[in-house]
Design a protein around this ligand. Structure first.
Ligand code: MG
Length: 370
């Protein structure tokens, strides 16, 4: 499986509605589509993404393309594509960090190996899927009240029983009032999850834990800065019913070990991109499972390509107490594959077929390419 070509292209796929983050909103989600070709003509496909741009961890799809085109990609040429662990270990010496870019490469290598062996990715991850379908938590926009109410009602009707509210775009008191207003206007919906993306300081977060617990919110994700593990641990001790989830604080396996040792979270959002790949994300999940910390399948708003990869990961994690949030394809008005990943009654089905289990539609890649 000698690698002879690594190719990257940037695409911008329009969203079905504007998706608001703390400081900005997007009308289209950008992706890096990466292909790795072997001398016998096999092609593996990976996807690079950062949710809404570089605000999340500093990486952008443009930066991922540059580091792959100039540094990581050339290091792959001539290598045996089946030796995924060896290649990924060597890429650590080519460039520090760049986790989302490395995850795109690893995804394409797994797709390649799966196609070569005629095996789905979940089988390559060590013995096949633990679960064939994943309960999906629906993530709402950071802004608007009536739009969010309408969206909860519609998605509840479609079978979603678990919802995530994005906070942090407004001041904390009006943000909490907004959530209270939304909850008054919608039917009882099961698990409620709030995520201010680290926008609060310790004092605000300690206040918000009490307010959100009173509203019946079950999960509070990354309330304070990603680097403040002591503050996160303090919130874990202060909370009674609400579960404190680490996201930005827990990217890599080393982060997971530190956070679990510090008792800085009750649960972790596990994602292949921020971890530096699927294998490392599975290590994060294993560290959490060993520490008795719950796992949740987070999203970086992947298209069907990255969602398929993340679905194989979530299906293979030892525990997945919170289900997943892999709604990326449903926020897009179109997709990059021939057959979009399948959702039914609030569940995402694990894709079948070798590798990721999706086939890229190259006409769509051309259409949305820059
Ligand atoms: Mg988050």
């Amino acid at each position: 499986m000698k690698i002879v070509e690594v190719h990257t292209v940037l695409v911008d796929v329009p969203c079905i509605r504007p998706h608001a983050f703390i400081n900005h909103q997007i009308d289209a989600q950008s992706y890096l589509v990466l292909t790795i070709r072997t001398e016998d003509g096999l092609v593996g496909v990976g996807e690079g993404v950062s949710p809404g741009g570089p605000w999340w961890n500093g990486e952008s799809v443009e930066g991922q393309k540059a580091v792959i085109d100039h540094h990581l990609g050339p290091a792959l040429i001539g290598r045996d594509g089946a030796r995924i662990r060896q290649i990924m270990a060597e890429l650590e010496r080519v460039a520090y960090g760049n986790w989302f870019a490395k995850a795109a490469i690893e995804m394409a290598l797994y797709d390649l190996l799966g196609k070569a062996l005629d095996a789905p990715l979940s089988v390559l991850l060590g013995g096949g899927a633990v679960r064939d379908q994943l309960p999906v938590r629906w993530a709402l926009s950071s802004r608007g009240t009536q739009e969010v109410v309408d969206e909860v009602v519609q998605r509840h009707r479609e079978g979603y029983r678990s919802f995530k509210f994005k906070l942090g775009a407004a001041d904390p008191a009006s943000d909490v009032r907004r959530i209270a207003g939304i909850l008054d206007a919608v039917p009882p919906v099961g698990t409620l999850h709030a995520d201010p993306n680290g926008a609060w300081d310790r004092r605000t977060a300690a206040w918000a834990v009490k307010e959100l617990e009173a509203l019946g919110v079950d999960v509070l994700e990354q309330p304070i800065d990603r680097g403040d593990l002591a503050g996160m641990a303090d919130l874990v001790r202060r909370s009674s019913s609400i579960e404190i989830m680490g996201d930005e604080s827990v990217c890599t396996p080393a982060d997971a070990l530190q956070a679990c040792t510090a008792r800085a979270c009750d649960s972790v959002a596990v994602k292949p991109g921020k971890a530096g790949g699927i294998a490392r994300a599975l290590t994060v999940a294993n560290v959490c499972a060993a520490a008795g910390v719950r796992c949740y399948g987070g999203t970086a708003l992947e298209s069907s390509i990255g969602t398929a990869a993340a679905a194989h990961l979530c299906a293979s994690m030892p525990e997945l107490q919170g289900g997943c949030e892999l709604i990326g394809p449903l926020l897009l008005s179109d997709d990059l594959v021939e057959h979009r990943v399948q959702y039914d009654n609030g569940y995402l089905a694990l894709p079948e077929g070798p590798g990721l289990g999706v086939s890229v539609d190259w006409d769509k890649v051309d259409k949305y390419g820059r």
